[in-house]
Design a binder for this molecule. Structure first.
Ligand code: NDP
Length: 286
């Protein structure tokens, strides 16, 4: 990568950033496409958020991604927020548009992008179970309902959080949305009856890779599609159940590549092949 006087600045804003794969992914794509950008970690502390945004504008940053813990707290400091990000109350991509910080949320679309690029699964008219009711579950549920899935079951440890998410979604969408506790005895029936089952919890993620959101997989069939948002490790216990039976499945590396692919286009107005993001991540994690 040749950095010169015309190199434009991009980055990822968060804390901590020690494990982020985004700089490696974006810099690899910039290098391969020969576009003159550099993507760096922007490590800030919470009480610095407003000043940091002013400084990044003065330093002429073209844009940045946002990760834990600022996806929600950054909203009041942005000049504009696109409709979907506003609805979700969270942004993961901020772009400098005519000296204004404009916030977007590409998490749900990134999830879908990977599914479309890496499988033949068509979400329209499908029945979906999502395990988890946090920020990523919310973004994905919103996108899937927009894409006209038939129905959604939100499964969560804390039922109140599932109820809150379902109530919010019901104000925007008309499809059937149910909630279930992760310990509900009728869970297997809902899982068996669905086409796509998503793990949107941190259960199974390093260093707790021996954990799994579900204990019982007796419901699983070859026709189910299992999607885990976790990318470290790439093969979780949840996905291993799909692998054992020969059911299609996808890890969170796909979603990571998908949201990077969409953010890159926002930042550079250049469309890069999804496969470049995927390959850069494979390199990074190998
Ligand atoms: P949140 O903290 O917003 O939500 C966490 C969810 O996990 C909640 O539903 C929570 O349930 C559940 N959970 C956590 N611990 C347990 C437990 N011990 N038992 C049962 N449920 C539990 O996280 P996010 O939505 O931001 O992220 C969720 C996962 O998705 C993470 O693993 C993250 O790394 C991954 N992710 C991947 C991305 C990608 O690009 N591949 C992008 C974003 C996230 P409760 O409500 O009961 O607390």
């Amino acid at each position: 990568m040749k950095v010169n006087g015309s190199t434009q600045l991009l980055g990822i804003l968060g804390n901590p950033l020690s494990h982020t794969a985004s700089p490696a992914m974006h810099n690899s794509v910039c290098q391969q496409l020969k576009v003159n950008y550099i993507y760096v970690p922007i490590h800030i502390t919470n009480d610095d958020l407003e000043n940091s945004l002013t400084s990044l504008k003065r330093l002429n940053y073209k844009g940045f991604n946002v990760t834990i813990p600022y996806k929600e707290s950054i909203l009041p400091f942005l000049d504009k927020i696109d409709t979907k990000a506003k609805r979700l109350g969270a942004v993961n991509t901020v772009v400098n548009e005519n000296d204004q910080w404009v916030g977007y949320n590409t998490d749900g679309q990134g999830f879908l992008e990977a599914l479309e690029k890496e499988s033949n699964f068509q979400v329209e008219n499908t029945r979906v179970c999502i395990i988890g009711a946090g920020g990523s579950a919310r973004a994905i549920a919103d996108t899937l309902l927009e894409e006209k899935i038939e129905s959604l079951v939100i499964i969560n440890r804390t039922i109140e959080k599932a109820r809150l998410l379902a109530d919010t979604l019901k104000t925007n969408f008309t499809q059937r949305i149910e909630i279930k506790s992760i310990t509900d005895p009728s869970l297997s029936m809902s899982l068996n009856d669905s086409h796509l089952i998503i793990n949107a919890t941190s259960l199974g993620m390093y260093p707790n890779q021996h954990t799994c959101p579900l204990n019982d997989f007796s419901w699983i069939k070859k026709t189910h599609f299992l999607y885990d948002l976790i990318y470290n490790p790439e093969e979780t216990l949840f996905l291993n159940e799909a692998y054992k039976i020969g059911a299609p499945h996808l890890s969170g590396t796909g979603m990571l590549a998908g949201q990077g692919y969409l953010a890159f286009e926002y930042f550079t107005q250049t469309k890069a092949p999804y496969e470049l993001f995927r390959a850069a991540l494979e390199d990074f994690f190998s």
